[in-house]
Design a protein around this ligand. Structure first.
Ligand code: LLP
Length: 416
């Protein structure tokens, strides 16, 4: 079931007309469908039935408190990468006992915070980090739960900026180093070995890299077992892709079946860290056409959202479907959809066949629920946009549009 559908030529989010929300909150804004988020989490949950597991939603994909609360209430844990994300998940009521902490550069302050809160495990990515965690837990008289993120050196066949499991990437420990790291951790009184983890990349549309990675990780799990080190949690990271245009990514069910088959009878709790596949297609960015500009070569739709609001097209040349919120039944023709920012890279689509619209029309930029708002900035001193959530025939603003005062909060004249 799609919760973003046209009825009589008008785009709805659940049972709410998108144009009605635009009238109430102004444009641009992100709009999330609560039922879609819920359905996506449940797809993972039912796919993993019978397998001991924990779904730790990757907060970086969309960290709005309403999204975290919704997922937390449905039983999800969280995958975090910063103290700020830990702060958010605790505010949303997610138990630290369901939190895994990933990332190559955890600061002392962040490690301390996570130790104090009592998270499920640190996904450790280097010896340096391991030593820092050990020292801090010793100072606190605590035992730090750890897992090592190994780099399985498989090619996820995705965009180079979001592929992370190759030997040349900065992430994880090579398998040989991981062995030494586990032995070191075993000998420490302040470290408790909980798991093993990997994350090979994002927007994967094929299962085979995941399964190759899992096989390599399992080889290490078996070697560790022979050395008397048993692993309780196996964390496969995130990465399952979504459909932006014509991709056909595997379903969580297919993914889970393949994992189950490869895992065999090992007594292990599987952790997954999906981000994009939970929220990506649960959100759109709604923007208004300000001007239509025709040059000899091109037709531009200049809209009120920009690359600071949704960076993916500029950053990765990512494709996002764009549809008019109200269909007028006019002919399609090629447009460049661009924002007001003073950079040529500020575009949402180039030479895209779109139904002809006039200034004032609303456009929906689709599949914008993941890595949309979270990657937005104040570039060009543009206040960040509002975020709205809808369920059934209700909607509410879950993050207010920033004001000009928000823009300068904390700034002061130089007191030289
Ligand atoms: N776990 C770890 C350790 C990660 O680094 C990531 C994403 C995830 C989980 C979630 O992956 P997902 O299920 O969302 O694929 N900004 C880029 C995506 C960067 C992904 C970074 N890591 C984009 O807009 O495509």
């Amino acid at each position: 079931m799609d919760y973003f559908v046209f009825k009589d030529g008008e785009l709805y989010c659940e049972d709410v007309r998108v144009s009605v929300i635009a009238e109430k909150v102004g444009t641009p804004f992100y709009l999330y469908s609560a039922s879609t988020i819920e359905r996506h989490l449940k797809a993972y949950e039912s796919a993993l039935t019978g397998l001991p597991h924990l779904v730790c939603y990757a907060v970086k994909a969309n960290s709005n408190l309403a999204v975290l609360k919704l997922l937390g209430d449905l039983g999800a844990g969280a995958d975090i990468v910063s103290g700020g994300e830990l702060f958010r998940v605790t505010k949303a009521g997610i138990s630290p006992q369901k939190v895994v902490y990933s990332g190559v550069g955890k600061s002392e302050h962040e490690i301390s915070m996570a130790l104090d809160q009592g998270i499920l495990m640190f996904n450790v990515e280097s010896f340096g980090e391991l030593k820092a965690i050990e020292r801090l837990s010793q100072e606190k008289g605590k035992v730090a739960p750890i897992s090592f993120r190994v780099n399985p050196d498989v090619d996820p066949k995705t965009h180079p900026y979001i592929s992370t499991g190759l030997e040349e990437n900065k992430f994880g420990l090579p398998v040989e180093d991981a062995l030494r790291a586990y032995e070191y951790a075993k000998s420490s009184d302040c470290l408790a070995i909980k798991g093993i983890s990997c994350h090979i990349g994002s927007q994967l549309t094929d299962l085979s890299p995941f399964i190759d990675a899992l096989k390599r990780v399992l080889r290490l799990v078996d070697t560790l077992h022979d050395k008397g080190i048993d692993i309780e949690f196996l964390d496969m990271g995130g990465g399952l892709g979504i459909r932006y245009s014509d991709e056909t990514p595997p379903l969580p069910e297919e993914y889970a079946d393949a994992l189950r088959e490869t895992l065999g009878e090992r007594p292990i709790t599987l952790v997954l860290e999906p981000g994009r596949s939970i929220v990506g297609n649960a959100g759109i960015l709604v923007t208004k056409v300000l001007y239509k500009k025709e040059t000899g070569k091109k037709a531009f739709l200049i809209v009120d959202a920009a690359m600071n609001d949704l960076a993916r097209p500029s950053l990765y040349k990512a494709h996002h479907e764009i549809v008019p919120v109200e269909r007028g039944g006019r002919e399609s023709r090629p447009f460049d959809v661009v924002g007001p920012i003073c950079e040529t890279g500020d575009f949402f689509a180039r030479s895209r066949e779109l139904e002809d619209v006039d200034p004032g029309a609303l456009l929906a930029i689709r599949s914008a629920g993941a890595y949309g708002f979270t990657m937005s900035s104040n570039y060009n001193s543009r206040p960040r946009v509002a975020e709205v959530m809808a369920r059934g025939d209700h909607f509410s603003v879950v993050r207010a549009r920033e004001t000009y005062d928000d823009l300068i909060r904390g700034e002061e004249f130089f007191h030289g």
